[in-house]
Write a protein that binds this ligand. Structure first.
Ligand code: ZN
Length: 444
């Protein structure tokens, strides 16, 4: 009951949601538990997880329905897409729903990256109805201030011994494999599928001999050939409370889905960092109080598709996700830059506070800076939109506030990051602290 009370206080702090977009909220907030509220919000949306084989997804004329900032639409899609509707976004920034031929999406990706100097930037759907349902059901206003549970830092007994076990060489080896085994990990390609299989198999090896750990691939209706990978460690005492750590597996570059896109920083580094967190935590025999899930998302670069399907599915099933941490680009840093940056927009205030606390308690010494990444910049935005508390960590980048100049090109390689994963080591340590303090330890 404590959790519900706290959630309600968070709800009252949230900005008012325009009645036109979420007519159920005023009634639902005062009467129902959070899971029920979330279920109500989602009950009209079409199920996002496909049960059959994934669609091919590479027809350049196939219409894609895009939700992006209105200014992004104006600058990048004015002659490539048809604007269907403009509406007010949560931060006062106008959003637009547009219909775009799939073959023109790379122009949108390139615009956001090169002109707006940020990543991601839009959500993509197969139908206008799905796009309309997404903006109608958006729970970001609740998610940024809601407090699902009380976040505490009291599990040093588990976390501290983990930190010294992080190995740069292991993170480097995973980045090398993911960025070197295939020309691209684009979701529409066979190699994008092979990369998903590779991650599934390497996570399965780390989970060997653990009956409480399962690994599965999760297809989504508009993720092309690529399923997401989800590893679950079942909680011993609080199995219905779920903590999530995620990164995206796909890569992209100009020139279509077959263009050379090693994606070493974006986001092989995030998947490699997660894999190292898993290796250390499972290797120690740790069993959590809460359920924890590791997710490698499909199709982030073409509209946050894998993560949105999973987040909406969790909302539809009323799953109580108590915190989500996203790692998207962890390994590029030049002299004078911060060690890590915490995204300050479209994420949960309480969870940002927890990450700061964890940083000063377990890492210290270096610098944790802030960064605003704009509308829909990575997979944490899918969880935020679905009403869940989420936060994202981002690389230190450059001393002037930039990030890797190589992403979304053939030059996003380990060689262009000094053939080292040293910059990802603090992310793995912070990931372990997040895991140990949000998942806690069974029997403690
Ligand atoms: Zn990325």
């Amino acid at each position: 009951m404590r959790a519900i009370g706290r959630f309600r206080r968070g709800v009252r702090r949230a900005r008012p949601v325009p009645r036109r977009e979420a007519p159920f909220l005023e009634i639902a907030v005062s009467r129902f538990a959070p899971q029920l509220l979330l279920s109500l919000a989602a009950s009209v949306a079409a199920p996002a997880i496909a049960s059959g084989p994934a669609a091919a997804g590479d027809d350049p004329l196939k219409p894609v329905y895009v939700v992006a900032a209105e200014r992004t639409h104006r600058a990048a899609l004015a002659d490539a897409g048809t604007r269907l509707r403009t509406l007010a976004g949560r931060d006062g920034e106008a959003l637009a729903i547009s219909r775009v031929p799939a073959g023109r999406l790379p122009e949108l990706v390139r615009h956001v990256h090169e002109k707006e100097k940020r990543c991601g930037g839009f959500f993509a759907f197969d139908s206008r109805e799905q796009a309309e349902a997404f903006v109608r059901d958006d729970l970001s206003a609740l998610a940024v201030s809601a407090q699902a549970v009380e976040y505490t830092v009291d599990n040093q007994a588990t976390v501290t011994p983990w930190l010294g076990q992080v190995r740069e060489a292991d993170i480097r080896a995973t980045i090398r494999s993911l960025s070197g085994n295939w020309t691209t990990r684009h979701a529409a390609t066979a190699s994008g599928r092979a990369a998903s299989d590779w991650i599934r198999d390497s996570w399965k090896r780390l989970a060997a001999n653990r009956a409480d750990v399962s690994v599965e691939q999760v297809a989504c209706g508009n993720c092309g050939q690529q399923p997401s990978v989800v590893l679950t460690v079942r909680g011993n005492e609080l199995p219905d409370e779920v903590a999530v750590l995620g990164a995206h597996m796909d890569s992209i570059a100009s020139g279509g889905s077959s263009a050379s896109a090693p994606g070493a920083d974006d986001d092989a580094s995030g998947v490699a960092t997660l894999t190292e967190v898993l290796r250390v935590a499972l290797g120690s025999g740790w069993k959590p109080r809460r359920t924890v899930k590791f997710m490698a998302y499909a199709a982030e670069e073409i509209g946050l598709r894998g993560s949105n399907a999973i987040a909406v599915d969790h909302r539809n099933r009323g799953v109580n996700v108590v915190g989500v941490l996203q790692l998207d680009m962890t390994n590029y840093r030049t002299a004078g830059a911060a060690d890590l940056r915490l995204i300050s927009d479209n994420s949960n205030a309480g969870l940002q506070g927890l990450v700061r606390q964890l940083y000063s308690r377990y890492l210290g010494g270096g610098t944790l800076a802030e960064y605003r990444c704009g509308y829909g910049c990575s997979d944490h935005a899918s969880w935020t939109s679905a009403g869940y508390p989420a936060a994202m960590l981002f690389e230190g980048g450059t001393a002037t506030g930039g990030y890797s100049p190589h992403i979304h090109t053939r030059n996003d390689t380990l060689a262009n990051m000094g053939n080292s994963a040293a910059n990802s080591v603090p992310f793995a340590k912070l990931g372990l602290a997040f895991l140990g303090e949000l998942g806690k330890t069974s029997g403690m």
